[in-house]
Design a protein around this ligand. Structure first.
Ligand code: XMP
Length: 512
């Protein structure tokens, strides 16, 4: 095990992720409980994270002294370097040369940390984010790398196996960073790769058992990958102590609710209650065209319905949520200031405190692609795991203006044809997200010598890494023509199709 002492950096989880990618198990513990964790875990190596704090401030966090006296390798990153220096007899000062972003590291000396990656005399891109800097290194250390703003950007005491870097090797903007972390865990700490998604699964199952005991657990299943994987893990851990509830708000895609129910009931034998609440949702949405009010109505009704069902079950002690690491980090504002609400996101699982349930969050440490890998490990079919994201408020936000059953039916059919064409053309996996939007606009057309006056359907497809920014997908016109023709021919109520060529920003991916 590698113990990662968290001093509150935004990217501590990335350190854990890189260590996992090296096939090694790690545990992140907040600095306050690091001493206790160190005793309990008896790690083979320790990594000290970055931090928003300054070592110069009185009462700023420190690593437990045992970390440096146990004879095991220690790697300090950013603040981790500074506290290591401060604790071992070096000096840190408030930096005059603050460095944020891209910087270049000159390799001054060969080191086990750089072995096979960076050679003496070469220069490499790294990512910096620091205000303070080390000005004097402790006895036993020597400089192995420097940057313009940090003369002690990388230092090492090879004898004691203490290493420290001012830059962040865990972020992708330090292109070779993952290799340095591999060197640290494999070559320096001598830990072999034996950590896999299977091991993660076993570990998570055990942790759920420990947390839940004999308690009763419920889970809001949406049909998305995250809640599905969270539910399956929990079911594996505690069997029928878990009940899943799928609220069908009538805003899902064609056959979606039925498919999800079939998969979980038949294939996984998961206790699952399907609640058809579509009338309630759709009648509340009828006549409401303000996007935020629509989102809020859906969020509120979802909670109401879910609470009612939970009550029918006699309540529960725990609620399973498919929270991922990016959800955790996004909820802690990076700038510290309040940011503007673009859209009120509604996700299944965002349930109110008054329900008084403790949360089970087995995916809290994972990133999306790791959840997919875990889903595969749990036997979920590729077609399910690789599905495009689908928003909690469903088709309601793809139907600008008031939502009616008729409009939803038209949209559902157009969407199904569009996605069918995308799959047939072999484009599904190249596109991050694709869907149809039904505009509340009717236009004139001519079909079979007659006049038509029907709705416009907009097609959307984007490429993206994380949904935060996106570009429209560059189809060839043949494809668009084919999809448009089929939609107009096969879907009653649509006589015109347009393609959305807006990127994000300035557009958002969804239309509302
Ligand atoms: P936007 O439209 O903000 O969407 O560019 C970015 C990504 O988030 C999805 N999305 C949501 N997902 N609940 C969700 O679970 C929501 O309320 C919600 N709104 C947008 C959207 O589909 C895209 O993948």
């Amino acid at each position: 095990t590698v113990l990662i002492v968290d001093f509150g950096s935004q990217v501590t989880q990335l350190i854990a992720r890189r260590v996992r990618e090296a096939g090694v198990y790690s545990e992140i513990v907040p600095f306050q409980s690091a001493a206790e964790a160190f005793k309990r875990i008896q790690p083979k190596a320790v990594i000290l994270s970055g931090s928003p704090h300054s070592t110069i401030d009185i009462g700023s966090p420190r690593a437990p002294e045992e970390v440096f006296s146990a004879g095991i390798p220690v790697l300090g990153i950013c603040y981790g370097e500074q506290t290591m220096c401060a604790q071992l007899g070096g000096k840190v000062e408030a930096g005059h040369h603050r460095e944020f972003g891209r910087a270049f590291l000159e390799i001054e000396n060969d080191s086990a940390l750089f072995d096979g990656v960076w050679a003496k005399g070469t220069r490499h891109q790294v990512w910096m984010s620091h205000g303070d800097r080390v000005t004097e290194i402790p006895a036993g250390f020597r400089v192995i790398g420097t940057s313009a703003g940090a003369p002690f950007a990388a230092i090492a005491d090879e004898a004691r196996k203490f290493y420290a870097v001012q830059f962040h090797p865990e972020v992708v903007h330090t292109p070779d960073g993952a290799k340095l972390l591999r060197n640290f865990v494999h070559k320096i700490a001598g830990i072999e790769s034996d950590w896999t998604m299977r091991a993660y699964r076993e570990h998570a199952v055990e942790a759920i058992r420990q947390q839940v005991g004999k308690g009763k657990v419920i889970c809001a299943l949406s049909g998305g990958v995250d809640s599905s994987v969270a539910a399956l893990l929990t079911h594996e851990a505690i069997g029928d102590q878990l009940t899943c509830i799928l609220v069908d708000h009538g805003l899902m895609r064609k056959n979606e609710a039925a498919d999800v129910v079939a998969m979980f009931r038949e294939h996984y034998n998961l206790p699952l209650i399907l609640v058809d609440a579509s009338d309630r949702f759709i009648s509340a949405l009828e006549g409401e065209s303000d996007p935020e009010k629509k989102r809020k109505t859906i969020g509120r009704l979802f909670i109401e319905v879910f609470e009612e069902e939970a009550k029918k079950l006699g309540g529960a002690d725990f609620l399973v949520q498919g929270t991922l690491y990016p959800d955790v980090i996004e909820s802690v504002s990076f700038t510290g200031g309040p940011s503007v609400t673009i859209k009120s996101h509604h996700n299944v699982g965002g349930l109110p405190d008054r329900m008084k349930m403790k949360l089970v969050e087995p995916l809290r440490e994972l990133f999306k692609d790791e959840v997919r890998a875990l889903g595969k490990e749990l036997g979920l079919p590729d077609s399910f795991i690789g599905r495009h994201p689908f928003p909690g408020p469903g088709l309601a936000i793809r139907c600008p203006g008031g939502v009616t059953r008729e409009k939803l039916e038209i949209l559902r059919n157009a969407d199904a044809i569009y996605l069918d064409e995308i799959r047939k053309a072999g484009l599904y996996d190249a596109i991050w997200q694709a869907f149809a939007v039904l505009l509340p606009v009717q236009t004139v057309g001519v079909m079979g010598d007659g006049r038509t006056y029907e709705f416009v359907c907009a097609l959307r497809a984007v490429t993206s890494i994380d949904g935060m920014t996106a570009d429209f997908y560059h189809y060839d016109m043949e494809f668009l023509g084919r999809a448009a023709t089929r939609i107009i021919n096969e879907v009653r109520g649509i006589n015109r199709v347009v393609y959305d060529v807006t990127s994000k920003p300035p557009g958002t991916i969804e239309w509302e």
